[in-house]
Design a binder for this molecule. Structure first.
Ligand code: RAM
Length: 351
């Protein structure tokens, strides 16, 4: 009896498995057919990836919002947001390899290293994927366009001007940067060194650059380290949204509010409290939503053949207007905003 029941159960199991397999097969064929029809009708959306330095950074999340906004307007785009868990070139290389295998259409990269990514981005371009860099560039040869938020010279020089005003043009200044390989921060810091050579800063000096790797805890420790190493430190410049926030906290925790001045590139929504209470007297930034939005428009124009990304080409970028590709693919947006007690609340509501 038990044996017969066992045989019946086994038969039922085989039967139901067969039905399940055949159902899923049908479903699979149906999906494939649907995909083909969509592709044939030219409806398959372009898969455009924003690959950022690392996840968990409010600045890049705002870029992603801009990418989604552009995708919605363009209609033929799916905007995908990705990044490694920490700001390393290796993490980005691994992701790009996967994206090549998945045959996405375009990748806009904020690079953790301007040169280390080149072999893999070249491989992606060879596979027919459009590659641009944005925010933090890849050297030429590894991308078509490099979209930067503003002139690097302007950003770097402005940071020194902002801290000088806060320190009354006197004293030692330390820099809390992102990673030591970050293209954008390294360029800005070069300009900071050039700016501080001007006669008006003769009583000021940059004593050291430390690297918080765009990680909140490491940036905090580096800022504390600077204040302990230079007890007469007059100011900190932190040209990274993660670094400036961590530095503000470090200044307060060390009891140095009003003694060590702070400026940098900060996200208004994250820094509102420290701007309003005076820990950070003033800081700058551009609109990260616009940066992600424009990157997505540029990628779409490259993928659909509206532009080849050659110098002099003009790309229509929705509400951002016409974007002209510069020499070597370098494409520049506007001037940064400067935030202080008077305007921080307005900007904090936006990004
Ligand atoms: C951080 C990143 C990013 C930079 C901003 C200012 O979020 O390092 O690359 O542009 O700061």
């Amino acid at each position: 009896m038990v044996k017969r029941l066992g045989i019946v159960l086994l038969c039922l199991l085989i039967l139901s498995t067969a039905v399940f397999v055949s159902c899923s097969k049908d479903k699979g064929t149906e999906t494939a057919a649907k995909t083909e029809t969509k592709a044939a009708a030219g409806e398959e959306p372009l898969k455009l990836v924003l690959l950022v330095k690392s996840l968990g950074n409010g600045f890049f999340e705002a870029c992603a919002d801009g990418g989604k906004e552009a995708a919605k307007e363009l209609g033929n785009v799916e905007s995908i947001y990705m990044g490694p868990s920490s700001s390393t070139a290796e993490g980005q290389i691994e992701i790009i390899e996967t994206l090549i295998a998945q045959k996405v259409d375009g990748i806009a990269i904020s690079a953790n290293d301007r040169d280390a990514l080149i072999p893999v981005t070249k491989k992606a371009m060879k596979a027919g994927i459009q590659v641009i860099s944005f925010d933090s560039g890849i050297s030429s040869g590894g991308r078509t366009i490099d979209l930067v938020p503003s002139e690097s010279e302007l950003i770097g020089r402005q940071q020194v001007q902002l801290i000088a005003e806060l320190c009354n043009y006197k004293g030692k200044v330390g820099i809390v940067s992102a990673t030591s390989q970050a293209t954008n921060q390294n360029l800005w810091i070069e300009w900071m060194y050039k700016e501080i050579e001007k006669p008006e800063y003769k009583n000021m000096s940059i004593v050291e650059v430390v690297y918080g790797d765009d990680a909140a805890d490491k940036s905090y420790r580096e800022a504390v380290g600077l204040m302990q190493k230079y007890p007469d430190l007059a100011g900190i410049i932190s040209p990274t949204t993660i670094g400036v926030l961590a530095s503000a906290k470090a200044i307060e925790d060390e009891g140095k509010k009003g003694v060590v001045q702070l400026t940098g590139l900060g996200l208004p929504s994250e820094m509102q409290h420290y701007i309003e209470n005076g820990t950070c007297g003033q800081m700058a930034l551009w609109n990260p939503i616009d940066l992600g939005y424009t990157s997505t428009y540029i990628l779409e124009a490259l993928c659909t053949g509206k532009t080849a990304g050659k110098p002099g080409d003009v790309i229509k970028a929705g509400r951002m207007g016409d974007i002209t590709v510069g020499e070597d693919g370098l494409t520049i947006m506007g001037a940064p905003f400067v935030f202080n007690k008077d305007n921080i609340a307005k900007f904090a509501a936006m990004f």
